[in-house]
Design a protein around this ligand. Structure first.
Ligand SMILES: [Zn+2]
Length: 376
């Protein structure tokens, strides 16, 4: 099943429908109905299916169907063809996160024949890797149902250790609109790049403050909220006072750190630059656009879903990670969630991504223990 799934090129920019259709047909053969939730262009879809009774919550196993690009990466073998070497399986998505999906699908015959007392739901999403886009419409579809899943386990690669918290992220684009002038007449222009630079410097000052003064949570690496500017564009020629500049920045915040306080701080600082800019040109301004938000995840160790993941994995403790997942969205929607899946995030997104066979086995054991728990 892993081999079958990695052969679908589900890089986020591509359609994922070939994979989704394959899964739908596969479930169909076991008389399991799938609900597909399409994107606007009907190029992509989430898939949701329930096995067992439909009148109660149950356990949702969830994974994203998309993978990151292989562009400019130096692979030793075809990234879309599973390559067993030693005790590892190499392919794009082998760790992040098609092996988990494959194990859950491979166990469908067991789910069906064991006659479940508590339902198991299977959820596949699209466009996780480009900002958790697909999960939003899946959650809307779940909210419209009479019963929603009671718990969720997302099989992102955690080496089968239950992860109960991750940072959230917030991305913004800042547009600085200045006023063009000949570069010999700087007093008649408003330099958009220089205003942008002042805002960026303020952002890195906030980042320094977080690094030095916290808040801190030592379970994360790094143990504080981070901010950075990642893209900038502006100006046309060195002898023209630049009229436009825009830049993209993001923060990755601890679950306990409120990102809107940080955003407000940046906006307040930008507002202090306006009087001087507008004294030269009334039309000058600075605007912010939120481009993406991913909710932080933060479950408590005594929650049922955490205890379940500990029992199924046999792990003796929980962890926290800095990479974002769809978990925060499910939690926000009232579905308690943990992250627990095979493989390591260290191998994800890189050339020669692989999963160790031992991890696949541990994932199979995890699902088998789940079946024991929920069968009649
Ligand atoms: Zn992932």
């Amino acid at each position: 099943m892993i081999e079958r799934l990695v052969a679908f090129d589900t890089t986020s920019r591509e359609s994922n429908l070939a994979l989704i259709d394959f899964v739908r047909d596969y479930l169909d053969r076991w008389r399991i109905k799938s609900e597909l939730v399409y994107d606007e262009a009907r190029r992509k879809a989430n898939l949701f299916a329930t096995i067992g009774p439909s009148d109660q919550g149950g356990v949702m196993l969830s994974g994203h169907s998309d993978v990151v690009p292989v562009d400019d990466q130096d692979w030793a073998s075809d990234p879309f063809k599973l390559e067993p070497r030693g005790d590892r399986l190499y392919a794009r998505g082998s760790a992040d996160m098609k092996s988990f999906i494959a194990v859950m699908l491979a166990r469908v015959p067991e789910f069906v024949t064991r006659s479940l007392a508590v339902p198991i739901h299977l959820a596949l999403t699209y466009d996780e890797e480009v900002g958790c886009l697909g999960v939003r419409s899946l959650i809307a579809a779940l909210a419209a149902r009479p019963v929603k899943p009671r718990l969720c386990i997302i099989g992102e690669p955690t080496m089968m250790q239950p992860v109960i918290a991750h940072k959230g992220s917030r991305r913004l684009r800042c547009h600085v609109h200045g006023h063009e002038a000949h570069s010999s007449l700087t007093h008649k222009g408003v330099n958009a790049i220089e205003a942008a630079a002042a805002v960026i410097t303020h952002i890195s000052g906030i980042a320094r403050g977080k690094r030095e003064h916290g808040p801190f949570d030592e379970a994360f690496d790094p143990p504080y909220t981070t901010l950075q500017t990642g893209v900038i564009a502006g100006g046309t020629a060195v002898n023209i006072v630049p009229r436009e500049c825009r830049f993209d920045f993001e923060m990755r915040h601890l679950p306990a750190d409120d990102p809107s306080v940080i955003v407000d701080d940046v906006k307040r600082f930008a507002a202090t630059l306006l009087p001087e800019m507008q004294a030269v040109s009334a039309g000058a301004g600075i605007a912010f656009e939120e481009t993406n938000t991913v909710q932080a995840l933060s479950a408590k160790p005594d929650e049922e879903v955490v205890q379940l993941a500990l029992a199924l994995s046999g792990a003796n403790g929980t962890g926290k990670v800095s990479f974002a997942t769809e978990g925060g969205f499910f939690q926000q929607a009232g579905i308690p969630t943990v992250i627990c899946g095979p493989g390591s995030i260290e191998q994800a997104h890189k050339a020669d991504e692989f999963i160790a066979l031992d991890q696949v086995r541990q994932c199979e054991d995890f699902i088998d223990r789940l079946i024991e728990r929920v069968r009649r």
